[in-house]
Design a protein around this ligand. Structure first.
Ligand code: PLP
Length: 390
């Protein structure tokens, strides 16, 4: 309708959610569907976290809370950033949000003006450009290639910077590619930032703990402490603690920006669910075993998925070390990602996500947050489909 605002006229429902919904519907109709489309952990939230939230409910933590978030949770996150990420922080640097997604939304609202450009390395998590557009900004993709394992060159980055560029987004480990940005790359990116003083950076570190054992996660803010005044960290509890439905994330950054983000929160969502925040606090303060167990399990299954994909002709993959996805490239003789994924669903009952959703039409995304048997069945179906198509 023309009565819908110009800002939201073009807004699309997330394609990943759409494909998962279609796969679920087919399954319900009795079709034999194998889904590797999941974008969330297949574990339940660990018990000690659930119990903390139940206890909070019983103790009357059922009222409005501060817009900035539960003071103890803000403090615990500041501690975590200080000690485990080497990013010295205080509670005043933290805003608790409804998932990492709202942290991104709030940040974009408070820093972007209409016409500002946001540099987004592609393939990217599909919500970044949409959230940037909602703030009136212009998303500018920065192409990285499957052939280079999606490595971001700092020269190419610098070439794309104009006098309108306001924000650079970094996401490591990356959804959809699984790529982990190396320390040396962050060092060269920091150099580019030192030469371009108007540029702000958001580092989305939501998959920080989902990383193979011989890799380490580095936060740009730790590598370049002199740039702290321009760096914003987005993180959350969804992926590492299997808490997607709890909707708890956070934005960390310089105090003055956080103050404005808190004001925005106070005029939009008021605060994040109070007892859910007590669960998040328990997650942070509790034993790290459950994170390690889950992370190990994704690592094993990522390897199985990688091996499986590498055994198929017609698809190629440079192995990656983080998150729970693989993002292989389709051979030139195969159709583009959307047609390919539609054929996969129709012909072999395989649900996977077309790369076009992430800005790369020659790749598809497969998730390993499913059982080993499902991964193996998925690989078999993919091979069958490709044999038919090539
Ligand atoms: N960032 C990335 C890269 C993601 O993949 C996701 C979720 O899929 C999010 C942020 C948002 O997570 P949530 O809002 O569930 O905390």
């Amino acid at each position: 309708s023309h009565l819908i605002s110009e800002r939201t006229q073009e807004l699309q429902l997330s394609l990943t959610l759409e494909i998962s919904a279609r796969a679920k519907l087919l399954k319900k109709e009795g079709k034999d569907i194998c889904s590797l489309s999941a974008g969330e952990p297949d574990f339940d939230t660990p018990n000690y976290i659930v119990n903390a939230a139940i206890e909070a409910l019983r103790n009357g933590i059922t009222r409005y809370g501060p817009a900035a978030g539960d003071p103890e949770l803000r403090e615990a996150i500041a501690q975590k950033l200080t000690t485990s990420n080497n990013v010295p922080s205080k509670a005043e640097n933290i805003l608790i949000t409804n998932g990492g997604k709202q942290a991104i939304f709030n940040l974009f609202q408070i820093i972007l003006n209409p016409g500002d450009e946001v540099l987004i390395p592609s393939p990217y998590w599909l919500s970044y450009p949409e959230i940037a557009k909602l703030a009136g900004a212009i998303p500018v993709p920065l192409h990285t290639s499957p052939k280079d394992g999606f490595k971001l060159s700092s020269e190419k980055l610098e070439e794309k910077i104009t006098n309108r560029t306001k924000l650079l987004i970094l996401n490591s480990p990356c959804n959809p590619t699984g790529r982990v940005i190396q320390k040396e790359e962050l060092i060269s990116i920091a150099e580019v930032l030192r030469r371009n003083k108007q540029l702000l950076v958001m580092t989305d570190e939501i998959y920080e703990y989902l990383i193979s054992e011989n890799e380490s996660h580095h936060s740009l803010a730790a590598i370049a402490p002199d740039l702290r005044e321009r760096i914003f960290i987005v993180n959350g509890f969804a992926k590492a603690w299997a808490m997607t439905g709890w909707r708890i994330g956070y934005l960390a950054g310089p105090k003055e920006f956080i103050k404005t983000a808190i004001a925005l929160q106070s005029q939009s969502t008021s605060n994040v669910c109070s007892f859910a925040q007590r669960g998040a606090l328990a997650a942070l303060l509790g034993p790290k075993e459950s994170i390690k167990t889950m992370s190990r399990s994704y690592n094993e299954r990522r390897e199985i998925l990688t091996k499986g994909l590498n055994s198929i002709n017609g698809i190629s993959l440079i192995p990656q070390k983080g998150a729970f996805y693989a993002f292989p490239e389709l051979a030139p003789s195969l159709p583009n990602s959307l047609s390919f994924c539609k054929l996969a669903l129709e012909k072999v009952g395989l649900a996977i996500i077309p790369g076009i959703a992430f800005g790369e039409d020659r790749c598809v995304r497969l998730s390993c947050a499913v059982s080993e048997d499902t991964i193996k069945e998925g690989i078999a179906r993919l091979e069958k489909l490709i044999t038919q198509l090539i």
